[in-house]
Design a protein around this ligand. Structure first.
Ligand SMILES: CC(=O)N[C@H]1[C@@H](OP(=O)(O)OP(=O)(O)OC[C@H]2O[C@@H](n3ccc(=O)[nH]c3=O)[C@H](O)[C@@H]2O)O[C@H](CO)[C@@H](O)[C@@H]1O
Ligand SMILES: C=C(OP(=O)(O)O)C(=O)O
Length: 435
């Protein structure tokens, strides 16, 4: 029997104002890497605020295949990682998401050997893993990539990685996380220089420290990890998803609506909030974990350059482009982090946008309105960008490619429905033979 192909579509009838409160879920990129981090623990872990996502489901299947037992109730995930029964991660699962590869660090630290297929994730560039590999080699591992699998082992009597000083050529989020996790159980001190400073890196460090790891400096570009023998049980709550928060701010902004979002971490959204205010969207911080977006008089064009944190996040680039299609004037968006992350531009043009792409730069000329059309989401944030645009477009927009959206947004269509959006999912699951 061929595997089912998800051909569901989202149908949006645009041009309606939204209103009300939206509950923001736990961060996808924290949840996934923290699930990998559970492999470091010789006890039980309770993780709270885990979002309901296809990627989380798949990451759970990866952990099960490695011999861990998991149970989920609501947004609480319990994992028993006392025993890891194999060092070999399943090819068909790991190749479906990016973060599964980061588990190579904990598996190697715990067992001294790991066989990890090269990862999947959004097709937004080549996304090599050379920095992960070079860092593990600096810590004493022998690593070879053959037949799509990264085989690593630690030679010597005790199979234990050794602390090392590692400079990352680029502040890769995943490489920082892989190496930070590997170093928690290594012999001696590891210093990561030019490390990523994303909030999810800090969340992972806090999670590891809650199990007894000794990590200092997460959130700065130098992270120091002093290896310990063993990590213990923990009960840990994941931070709110800053990209989901930004997506709802944009949904409010593009439909000229008033929305209340919580729980959020405004300090993780500084570049996004600054850009929204710059183009004329009123954003009000209420208390320490609540944001209100208010209708704008008019939208002004602006320029965006994506950068590692604390710069403007690449994961917000596509949804932000949707808003700028309706701003007055010309905006220039430069994607500096990934080399192929502007594929949504041509789909936005189907909706009436005026965007030209040259290399990694999109030139967006504001138009007075968008009009609904059938479109295809080519990756996670591209799909979110089309949803945002569809909410504003006159008439009906239908979006295919929901497998991308479901990887990383917790029931986006349902949350939008609760805010009054005219959005429905039409399910049509075909088998390969029928499609
Ligand atoms: C699961 C997860 O957390 N995904 C996030 C993570 O992806 P991910 O960890 O894959 O992104 P990286 O920060 O590693 O990638 C940044 C840049 O570094 C390059 N690079 C990376 C690793 C490497 O070994 N060699 C190399 O050259 C990449 O090709 C890219 O051009 O951070 C990205 C950048 O904020 C986000 O868009 C993703 O949502
Ligand atoms: C690129 C993303 O995810 P991943 O790294 O999981 O492909 C994203 O979340 O926008």
């Amino acid at each position: 029997m061929p595997p089912p192909v998800d051909s569901s579509v989202l149908q949006i009838c645009g041009g309606h104002t939204l209103h009300g409160h939206v509950r923001i879920s736990g961060a996808k990129n924290s949840a996934l890497v923290i699930m990998a981090g559970v492999l470091l623990c010789s006890g039980d872990c309770r993780i709270r605020n885990v979002p309901l996502l296809a990627d989380v489901e798949r990451m759970g299947q990866v952990l099960s295949a490695l011999g861990l037992s998991l149970s989920r109730e609501g947004d609480i995930l319990d994992v028993n990682a006392r025993e890891i029964s194999t060092s070999k991660a399943p090819y068909e699962l790991v190749t479906q998401l990016r973060a599964s590869f980061f588990a190579i660090g904990p598996i190697l630290a715990r067992l001294g050997v790991a066989q990890m297929p090269l990862p999947g994730g959004c097709a937004i560039g080549a996304r090599p893993v050379d920095l992960h590999v070079r860092g593990l080699q600096a810590m004493g591992a022998e690593v070879q990539i053959e037949h799509g699998i990264c085989n690593a082992y630690v030679p010597g009597n005790n199979n234990r990685l050794k602390g090392a000083k590692i400079y990352l050529d680029t502040p890769s989020v995943g490489a920082t996380e892989t190496l930070m996790m590997a170093a928690t159980l290594a012999d001696g001190e590891t210093i990561l220089e030019n490390a990523a400073r994303e909030p999810e890196v800090v969340d992972l460090a806090n999670f590891c420290n809650s199990m007894g790891a000794k990590i200092q400096g997460a959130g700065t570009s130098t992270i120091t990890i002093t290896g310990v023998e063993k990590l213990h049980s923990t009960d840990y709550t994941i931070i709110p998803d800053r990209i989901e928060t930004g997506t709802f701010l944009l949904a409010g902004a593009i439909t000229r609506s008033e929305l209340l979002l919580s729980p959020v971490a405004p300090e993780h959204l500084i570049p996004v909030i600054a850009k929204l205010r710059e183009i004329g969207i009123p954003i009000v911080e209420e208390g320490k974990d609540c944001l209100r977006v208010l209708p704008a008089e008019k939208l002004k064009a602006t320029d965006i350059d994506t950068l590692p944190h604390p710069g403007f996040p690449t994961d917000m680039q596509a949804p932000f482009m949707s808003l700028l299609t309706l701003a007055e004037g010309d905006s220039i968006i430069n994607e500096s982090v990934f080399e192929n992350r502007l594929r949504h531009a041509s789909e936005l043009n189907r909706l009436g946008a005026d965007i030209r792409v040259k290399g990694n730069t999109a030139f967006v000329r504001g138009v007075p309105m968008l009009s609904g059309a059938p479109v295809i989401g080519t990756d996670l944030r591209a799909s979110a960008a089309l949803v945002i645009a569809g909410l504003a477009a006159e008439g009906q927009t239908s979006i295919q490619g929901l497998n991308h959206l479901d990887r990383g947004y917790d029931r986006l269509d349902m949350k939008l429905q609760q805010l009054g959006a005219k959005i429905i999912r039409v399910n049509e699951v075909l088998t390969d033979a029928e499609s």
